[in-house]
Design a protein around this ligand. Structure first.
Ligand SMILES: NC(=O)c1ccc[n+]([C@@H]2O[C@H](COP(=O)([O-])OP(=O)(O)OC[C@H]3O[C@@H](n4cnc5c(N)ncnc54)[C@H](OP(=O)(O)O)[C@@H]3O)[C@@H](O)[C@H]2O)c1
Length: 261
């Protein structure tokens, strides 16, 4: 029997790698997207031997318009339709905005927002016509409030959450599931890339990438609009939702100052 196909961006590490592995375990073939072709090849071989999944490796820098267009074209390829799109690739930057490299900030918006919107558009158009499919967009708890020293990242994730919730409503009743996954601190390569002082964050606040991936895919299966993985994160998410930004942004800045970051 033909296996459904899932395209996962940022599949070369962290949450994306866990999502790809779990999708293969749940019976999907994969299209693996990220810049590091070597890591994607290694994962593709593992998915084939462990789960008999066929995995296409599609190396792409999603901040590059031509390479992004190639991945969009893959979403439109009706000879091997994409059943599940996971927009997971993303990165953060840390520090007061005026001290950060503006080109890196711009690439952050290109990856976290522009690529995610274009791929959602491409996949949603095909899925809506077929009347079936699923789109899981990976956002962050950081998007629930303004983030001093995390300004661009928090704003991109606020966009992703709002955008995905809206598209969820647009596609309700079409057979296309749309879910936004909002993890908190998760042990991946993210903190090193963002230069975040991870050692200042208490242990109980962390989750493993596999747990986050599982909660995300379970929520997509149920067509939940929003998934916040983990008990601690659910409490933090509820607090952020009911508390005015005037308070949460000050609390965020004060916590950073106390941690010496
Ligand atoms: N870890 C956390 O605490 C946390 C919390 C909340 C939300 N998130 C979100 O979770 C998602 C996954 O992050 P992670 O924690 O798993 O971090 P990660 O281990 O650093 O993974 C990031 C992934 O994105 C890919 N990527 C980065 N730049 C890219 C580009 N220009 N084009 C294509 N792919 C690119 C990376 O692959 P290559 O380097 O091979 O391109 C990698 O596969 C992100 O959207 C992040 O914002 C993470």
């Amino acid at each position: 029997m033909k296996r459904p196909i899932a395209l996962v961006t940022g599949a070369s590490s962290g949450i994306g790698e866990s999502l790809a592995r779990l999708l293969a375990e749940r019976g999907h073939d994969l299209v693996l997207v990220a810049r590091d072709a070597g890591r994607l090849e290694t994962l593709a071989k593992e998915l084939e031997s462990a789960f008999h999944a066929t995995a296409q490796v599609l190396p792409a820098d999603l901040t590059d318009a031509d390479q992004l267009a190639m991945v969009e074209a893959r979403c439109h390829d009706r000879t091997a339709p994409i059943d599940v799109l996971v927009n997971n690739a993303g990165f953060g930057t840390f520090g007061p905005l005026h001290t950060l490299d503006l080109d890196v900030e711009t690439r952050e918006i290109q990856l976290n927002v522009v690529a995610l919107v274009r791929l959602t558009h491409a996949a949603a158009a095909e899925m809506a016509e077929r009347g079936a499919g699923g789109i899981l967009n990976v956002s962050s708890l950081a998007g629930f409030q303004p983030g001093p020293s995390n300004a661009t990242y928090s704003a991109t994730k606020a966009f992703v959450t709002s955008f995905t919730e809206a598209v969820h409503e647009e596609l309700k009743g079409t057979g296309v599931h749309v879910t936004v996954l909002c993890p908190g601190f998760t042990r991946t390569g993210f903190q090193a890339t963002a230069d975040v002082p991870a050692e200042a964050i208490p242990g109980f606040m962390w989750q493993e990438a596999d747990e986050v991936a599982r909660e995300g895919l379970d929520a997509l299966a149920k067509n939940k609009a929003i998934a916040i993985p983990g008990g601690v994160n659910k409490v933090l998410g509820a607090f952020s939702t009911v508390t005015p930004h005037a308070i949460t942004r000050r609390v965020g800045a004060a916590v950073l100052k106390r941690s010496g970051a």
